[in-house]
Design a protein. Structure first.
Length: 131
């Protein structure tokens, strides 16, 4: 089992890293998991629920980008841009409450990347991740 620890910092662009040791009692091994919460800025319309300012929770867990959508947002394009400004990943997903998107980043070179979530009206949330 892997335990993940997330820290929430409102309005921050920083990437928070935490390391958690997990003990697997079945085979008596320890594992070290690195988990990072990706803080997003920008704006996406949430007409059905104005009480949620950030309708997407994003984290990086062992080179897997996990995006969890808290609201029905319709079509969202997820883009990842490298430090040279080139788009290295694009995917459009139909988002309803509880939709989850996993992106494998294991083949991406180390570096800083920007992630964008854009709706059909052109509004977007964005953040930065360090691989």
């Amino acid at each position: 089992r892997t335990l993940c620890l997330f820290f929430i910092m409102a309005g921050s662009f920083s990437i928070v890293h935490s390391q958690v040791e997990a003990f697997n009692s079945i085979n008596s091994e320890y594992s070290l998991t690195r988990s990072s919460k990706i803080h997003l800025a920008g704006h996406l319309s949430t007409p059905t629920n104005r009480s949620i300012s950030q309708p997407i929770v994003v984290s990086l867990n062992n080179r897997c980008l996990d995006s969890y959508f808290l609201l029905d947002l319709g079509k969202i394009t997820i883009s990842i841009i490298n430090d040279q400004g080139l788009s290295v990943f694009n995917e459009t997903v139909l988002v309803s409450v509880g939709t989850r998107s996993f992106i494998d980043l294991s083949n991406f070179p180390e570096g800083v990347y920007e992630i964008k979530f854009r709706n059909t009206e052109g509004e977007e949330l964005f953040g930065f991740l360090n691989i």
